[in-house]
Design a protein around this ligand. Sequence first.
Ligand SMILES: [Zn+2]
Ligand SMILES: [Zn+2]
Length: 350
Amino acid sequence: MHCYCVMNHGQPLELVEKQIPQPQGTEVLVRVRAAGLCHTDLHLWDGYYDLGGGKKLMLADRGIKPPMTLSHEICGEVVSAGSDAGEIKVGMRSLVHPWIGCGECATCQRGEENICNKGQALGIVRAGGFAEYVIVPHPRYLVDIGDLDYAEAAPLACAGVTTYSAINKLGNRIHEGPVVIIGAGGLGLMAIEVLKALGGKGAIVVDIEPSKREAALAAGALAVIDAKDADAAQQIIQATDGGARAVLDLVGATPTVTLGIACSARGGHIVICGLMGGDITMPLLPIPMRPLAIEGSYVGSLLELRELVELVKRTSMKAIPVTRRPMAEINAAMADLHHGKVIGRTVLIP
Ligand SMILES: [Zn+2]
Ligand SMILES: [Zn+2]
C-alpha cells in the first residue's frame, strides 16, 4: 500500500510502499477514504512544540520519532478484523477515534483515554491515516458515520472533538451570552457551528487575518474583531456588555491568552485548547479576586466524539468547510497550512 511518511523531521514526506497490515487480536483493518491535515501534524513534522522563552518540548524525548505516518483524522471503511475483535460490520463507514490510551489505568477507566499518560494515539504514536490502510486497535474506536461524507466527517476526530470538548467545559455559559472565540481557523469555524447546534447564544470571533474574519462572519459569527487593534480587549468588553464570561482560545499563544485574560469579566472562564505555545507572566491576584477560571482542554474523549457525530447527524450542522486534495499532494498541502493559506480543513484523499 501507499504510505506517506515522515522519514526525517522538517523534510518532505516520502512515498513508501508497505505491505497491507494484517489485523491481529482485537485489531480492525480500515481502508482509508479521507485523512485530515491538522496543525499538530506540522508540530510532529517539525519534531517539537514551542514552550516559550526559547525552550522546546522535543517529541523524540517522548519516543515520538521518524519514521512516522501522520494524520489522526481518519475516515474509512472496515475491511477485516483479528479473531478477538468480536462481530464487526465489514464495509461500515467509520470515523476513527484516534485518542487511544493504555485502556487499563484509572484515567482510561474513567473514559478519558485522550489524557492517558501512556497514550497510543493514531497518527502520533501509532501509524495514522496518510496511507491506504490503517490498523485500529479495537472496534470500540470506530464511530459509525451513517451516510455522512467521508471527507467532511474526518475532521470531527480532532478539530471537531477538540472544539466540542472545550465548549462542553463552558457548560451553561454558552446559553447565557456570546462566547468569545479566539482564532477563526478550522477550529473557530467548527466552534461557531457547534454553538449553533447546541442552541448557544453565538460567538464573537477574534482573528488577525481579514480573510479568516470574513469566513467567520459568513459562518454566522455575531461580530468579528481584529486582534491587532490596540483596543481589541476594549472592543470585546463592549461587544460582551462588560466583559467575556466565556472565552475559547483556539490558538493558545502568548498574545491570545493575554487578550483572553484582559477581556474577561469577573467570574470569566477561559478554556485554552490551541497548541501554538509561548508563555505568559501575570500577577496572581486577579485569579482569585476577579476571579478567573483558566482551564486547558486536550482533544476529546470517545464518548464526546460519539456525541458530536450524533449531533452532526441530528442537526445536519455544517461541519468544518473542507478542501479535498489527492494524498499525493500532501507536501504542498502541508506547506499551505504552514503558511496560513488554509480556510477550514484540508482533507487528503488516497
Ligand atoms: Zn491509560
Ligand atoms: Zn489534530
